[in-house]
Design a binder for this molecule. Structure first.
Ligand code: ADP
Length: 179
């Protein structure tokens, strides 16, 4: 699996699945969530409301992931995940890593070969970009080790050069396995 980091806007990525840093209500928020909903159109909110009405009446738990269609995005699916909120004391790295591994489980389960991630929890939810980069890269590498044919590409799409730098440093660190 190839893992890369680029600067840019996740809503314009030409990938099979775009991961959204949602909140557990799934009913929209600011940051990357607001950008994805704005770009995808109202069908995305309708799909999220349908999930709330059916399988997720209490919302999506922190660290978990669920897919919908992607509306007007180039991607085929949006995978919604809920990062831990450091402001609320959610500082367990396992929860953050779970966002990445569960999103890959869901994306691969649908047949996605290429997946774009934002820096989940590095915005309003208050995690440092360094910590997010470290745990995101470790989680994706670990998932790739246990899912050798899982997906072809994971692309971290970072909104600022500073956050891109933290991901580039994490990716330059020691990789396990043969990738
Ligand atoms: P969270 O609530 O999980 O912290 P945020 O949306 O507040 O999520 O921020 C997560 C990261 O996404 C931040 O680094 C923010 O700068 C970045 N971001 C915001 N909009 C976009 C976008 N359109 N594409 C990629 N990243 C974005």
């Amino acid at each position: 699996m190839r893992i890369e980091a680029v600067a840019g806007d996740i809503t314009v990525q030409d990938v099979d699945a775009v991961v959204n840093a949602a909140n557990s209500s799934l009913l929209g928020g600011g940051g990357v969530d607001g950008a994805i909903h704005a770009a995808a159109g109202t069908g995305l909110l309708a799909a999220c409301r349908e999930l709330r009405r059916t399988t997720l009446p209490d919302g999506l738990p922190t660290g978990d992931a669920v897919a919908t269609g992607a509306g007007r995005l180039r991607a085929r699916w949006v995978v919604h995940t809920v990062g831990p909120d450091a402001r609320a004391g959610q500082t367990d790295p396992a929860l953050l890593r779970s966002c990445f591994t569960r999103s890959l489980d869901v994306a691969a389960g649908l047949g996605a070969r290429t997946v774009a991630f934002p820096a989940v929890s590095a915005g309003v939810y208050g995690w440092s970009a360094d910590a997010v980069a470290e745990h995101a890269v470790a989680a994706v590498r670990g998932w790739a080790d246990t899912h050798p044919d899982g997906v072809d590409l994971v692309r971290f799409v970072l909104f600022s050069p500073r956050v891109l730098g933290t991901f580039e440093r994490a990716l330059a660190g020691p990789a396990s396995g043969s990738r």
